[in-house]
Design a protein around this ligand. Structure first.
Ligand code: SAM
Length: 201
């Protein structure tokens, strides 16, 4: 059955990728990556055109980069700053319909809220299962005052729900932000975002 989450990934992300081209890696990803003594294996869920994947590769990580958008993966592989693709594996897939090997770092920047609630629950569980002991999750969730909160097919969490979800982890970052900034496509939006870095003990 089609739902808004399907629409969000079928939607042409090219204008999003145009809008974020050249932007730096997410602070959550950098915080998680530098916390390790040495690079390992990372999975970048909803990697888009690779702004986080590229930073992991630069730091010596091996990366499996997954995105539902062929265009995102194409742009990642064509990046001029992709010095060597030796450590990079890519996959065009919906993250709720694919699996990945155990990883020291699982990154999901601004993608998990785009999943419908049942898909979100599966992916969140799988993230916990696939993180190695001592492994880290980095990513964002959206709160109830987010401008997209009433859109059907997305997954929104309030602070109390997130506190419950992260209680099994060591919390290294739990920032709640509210800002008014245009989207990558230039549309005005209120952002209510939780920025997380979590370590599995
Ligand atoms: C807002 S962009 C974020 C891209 C990148 N992580 C970043 O921080 O710039 C969301 C990305 O998630 C991808 N995406 C959305 N839903 C997905 C799903 N169910 N499975 C895999 N990728 C998905 C989109 O194609 C898009 O590249």
């Amino acid at each position: 059955m089609a739902n808004a989450a399907d629409d969000s990934t079928r939607r042409d992300f090219a204008s999003y990728y145009d809008g974020v081209e050249g932007r730096p890696s997410r602070p959550t990803l950098i915080q998680a990556a530098v916390a390790f003594e040495r690079p390992g294996f990372a999975v970048d869920l909803g990697c888009g055109d690779g702004r986080d994947t590229i930073e992991l590769l630069r730091r010596g990580w091996r990366v499996l980069a997954i995105d539902a958008s062929e265009e995102g993966i194409r742009r990642l592989k064509a990046r001029p700053d992709l010095a060597s693709d030796g450590g990079l594996e890519t996959r065009v897939a919906r993250i709720e319909e694919t699996d990945w090997p155990p990883a020291e770092l699982i990154n999901a920047s601004f993608v998990l809220p785009l999943l419908a609630p049942d898909a979100f629950a599966r992916v969140w569980r799988r993230i916990g299962e696939r993180l190695t002991s001592g492994g880290r999750f980095a990513g964002q969730l959206f709160g109830p005052r987010d401008g997209w909160a009433s859109r059907p097919g997305l997954t929104i969490h309030d602070r109390a729900e997130i506190e419950r979800m992260v209680s099994v982890y060591c919390i290294e970052r739990f920032d709640e932000t509210e800002t008014d900034e245009p989207t990558a496509r230039g549309k005005p939006k209120h952002w209510h975002v939780f920025h997380l870095v979590l370590r599995k003990s």
